[in-house]
Design a protein. Structure first.
Length: 281
């Protein structure tokens, strides 16, 4: 299944049609995404029954209609140096365990947005983003995908000067300006993919490809990240995990390259779709 939000309400999406889940179910399932995701396996079972959803009563998915698949996550985790190629371009050793930091939830936005640049050193990082379903505590790798609602495309936009300020540097504020966590256009359940652990992802800046890789190149796979994080703190319904970026970020180029007003960044994940960010000064 493919799901997203319209005006903050949970919708299921098929092709170019979106159906409001609360209205389609006669109130059986709530429109509020976090409440619906808490019962995700049961909701999916209902939605997959023949005739459960009348798609003829849906609305067309037009440009700008969809918001972030999870508009108000309670926790947003992100993982650093999770691709060997990115660690190598940064000149850093491979981490022995996941390097986890946070993006604050107010940075989360939808798939088609304008982002105001706070300085001249804002960088791009295309990522696969995991949206939790039921979540849980001390989830095993074997059962990790059972607790996930779906995956989506995202950008971990980063203000590099602020990120590296101080000793040691801190990441979270530099990655949490308004609009620095775009996600979408929809989240897709694992059963929609031949292999949810091997998806192509890329981003282009003004039509030029700047990052291109596959999620199978992650050092720590999705199931490992879910097990690791949930072994420390509970993962709640709707929590997001930005799973890391491959090589090709602007700050590691020679000379460094940063986002400028007037540019457009397009980020794609295979089988999910693409998100579009335009930048203003």
């Amino acid at each position: 299944m493919r799901f997203g939000t319209v005006a903050g309400r949970l919708v299921l999406v098929r092709g170019q049609t979106a159906v409001d889940i609360e209205r389609a179910s006669g109130g059986k399932w709530p429109a509020e995404p976090l409440r619906a995701l808490a019962s995700w396996p049961d909701l999916c079972s209902w939605a997959q029954q023949p005739g459960a959803i009348d798609w003829s009563r849906g609305q067309p998915v037009t440009a700008g209609l969809l918001g972030p698949p999870v508009p108000h996550p309670r926790q947003v985790f992100a993982v650093g140096l999770n691709y060997r190629s990115h660690a190598e371009e940064a000149g850093l050793a491979l981490p022995p365990e996941p390097l986890v930091f946070t993006k604050f939830p107010t940075c989360i936005c939808g798939p088609d947005t304008e982002v105001v640049l706070p300085s001249g050193t804002v960088d791009w990082e295309v990522e696969l983003v995991v949206g939790m379903g039921t979540g849980g505590r001390q989830i095993s790798e074997e059962h990790a995908w059972d607790t996930i609602a779906g995956v989506t495309a995202g950008q971990d936009l980063s203000e590099r000067a602020l990120q590296m300020r101080g000793s040691p540097p801190q990441f979270s504020l530099a990655k949490s300006f308004p609009g620095f966590g775009p996600t979408g256009p929809v989240a897709v359940t694992a059963d929609e993919f031949a292999d949810p652990g091997d998806l192509a992802l890329e981003c282009s800046l003004d039509g030029q490809t700047v990052q291109s890789s596959r999620t199978s190149m992650m050092i720590f796979k999705v199931s490992e990240l879910v097990a690791y994080i949930s072994g420390i703190c509970p993962l709640l319904p709707g929590d997001l995990i930005f799973t890391g970026t491959p090589e090709g970020v602007g700050s590691r180029r020679s000379p460094p390259r940063y986002l400028r007003p007037g540019q457009e960044l397009v980020s794609r994940v295979e089988g999910v779709g693409e998100i579009h960010q335009r930048f203003a000064g």
